[in-house]
Design a protein around this ligand. Structure first.
Ligand SMILES: *Cc1c(COP(=O)(O)O)cnc(C)c1O
Length: 414
């Protein structure tokens, strides 16, 4: 029997035969959307009705006083930055191992993203690296709760308070996740979430910002609604906002999806803990460590580190292709840390007020580099809603690949 040809990528049988549906919905979502369609009130220019109802639900769910919905989780970051009072040329500290929006919205706010490395155990932004990067121009930090895992928020908040910096949590992966019993997104000045279709809470597109700070809330609500102010006239515009409103169709969908979030988050968290146990025993596979103080992980991604030395030298991208062929919903992740994107290397900053002295060609964050090129393998969140047996089958798929690429010598050759 040739174990290489047993691999699904070479035509063998798949280890995982089921699929993992996303989004999860039933007749209640269909009815809710249909009733909005029939009402004719598809939009909501006043941000009242279903939009306000969802904002109240989400704020209550998170435990914040305010929530402002908007078109996506990128605009939410930019509105948060502007409301926080950043000025052109201010520096904003961001991790390089995240989606482009965490850094490109800093450019769109006329500020300078300063990339600092991630922690090798958790892949979240390193507090030491944040502290080392602070200058007199630094105005804000955007910690990303990457994959749904809490950043070291006590330390980040302590650093921010000491240097008088604003903290905008990018919680696009972290709906429902908790740090020391508090929901992520509620610890900094502002928390930003995305409702894009891949995210753990979704309405196709959408975003929301939560805060306890009344002036920040008023400004973000105004920027979201064409610069209007509460109580002002329809054609009175006070701030440089645009129409970033969501529709009632999105709002009712989100209200129903929100009811499923707690149970889904608990399932993903349980499955993540179980996968940690299973994969932790495979030589050459290291699950990310769970950070201190984290009580609930959203597992928007389940990430493990791959060591090709224990897999016959098979490069990460080939291993991921083999694992995907076995039926495990997985991905190799970002090809490079963000600062390597042409946007930064070529300084394609167009009309934005980025100082000429800014130069990304020398930036190098070794941990993020290694994560991208060699180590990080992502299992996608719909798969984390599976059963314990599904988690076992993911581990079996990895073991099958390892056996195929590094065959154990047969007894006769020993
Ligand atoms: C998805 C995502 C965003 C942006 O969300 P959109 O709704 O797609 O604009 C921001 N940050 C991170 C880390 C994300 O993964």
């Amino acid at each position: 029997m040739n174990q290489q040809t047993d691999l699904a990528i070479h035509g063998g049988a798949k280890t995982v035969t089921r699929t993992f549906p996303w989004p999860v919905f039933d007749e209640s979502e269909v009815q809710a959307v249909m009733s909005i369609v029939q009402s004719g009130a598809w939009g909501n220019p006043d941000c009242k009705g279903e939009v306000e109802a969802f904002e109240k639900d989400f704020a209550a769910y998170c435990g914040t006083r305010y929530a402002v919905s908007c078109v996506n989780g990128s605009v939410s970051l930019r509105l948060a930055l502007i409301a926080c009072g950043v000025r052109p040329g201010d520096e904003v500290i961001v991790p390089p191992y995240t989606f482009i929006a965490t850094a490109s919205t800093v450019i769109e706010a006329n500020c300078v993203p300063v990339f600092v490395d991630i922690d090798p155990a958790t892949y979240n932004i390193s507090p030491e690296a944040i502290e080392a990067a602070i200058t007199e121009r630094t105005r804000a930090i955007i910690p990303v709760h990457f994959a749904g895992q809490a950043c070291d928020m006590d330390r980040i908040m302590e650093i921010a308070r000491r240097h008088n910096l604003r903290v905008i949590e990018d919680a696009a992966h972290a709906h429902g996740a908790e740090y020391k019993g508090r929901k992520l997104g509620t610890i900094g000045d502002v928390g930003s979430f995305s409702f894009q279709s891949s995210k753990n809470l979704n309405s196709g597109e959408g975003g929301i910002i939560v805060t306890n700070d009344e002036p920040l809330y008023q400004m973000m609500a105004s920027l979201r609604n064409v610069g209007r102010m509460e109580g002002g006239q329809w054609y009175d515009h006070y701030n440089p906002g645009c129409n970033y409103r969501i529709t009632q169709l999105q709002a009712v969908l989100l209200s129903h999806q929100l009811k499923r979030l707690d149970e889904q988050t608990r399932t993903r968290n349980q499955n993540g803990l179980y996968l940690n146990e299973l994969l932790g025993t495979i030589d050459g596979i290291t699950p990310l460590e769970r950070g201190f103080g984290e009580t609930l992980h959203a597992y928007h991604l389940y990430i493990f580190k791959y060591d090709k030395a224990k897999f016959g030298g098979v490069p990460k991208d080939e291993f991921v292709a083999m694992l995907a062929a076995e039926g495990v919903p997985c991905f190799k992740g970002y090809p490079h840390p963000l600062y390597r994107q042409p946007l930064f290397q070529q300084k394609n900053f167009m009309c934005y007020a980025i100082p000429d002295s800014v130069d990304y060609t020398g930036v190098f964050c070794p941990v993020a580099e290694r994560a991208c090129s060699e180590e990080a393998v992502w299992i996608l969140q719909p798969a984390m809603l599976g059963t314990r047996e599904d988690m076992e089958s993911f581990a079996q798929a990895i073991i099958k690949i390892q056996k195929a690429v590094c065959p154990v010598p047969s007894p006769t050759t020993l």
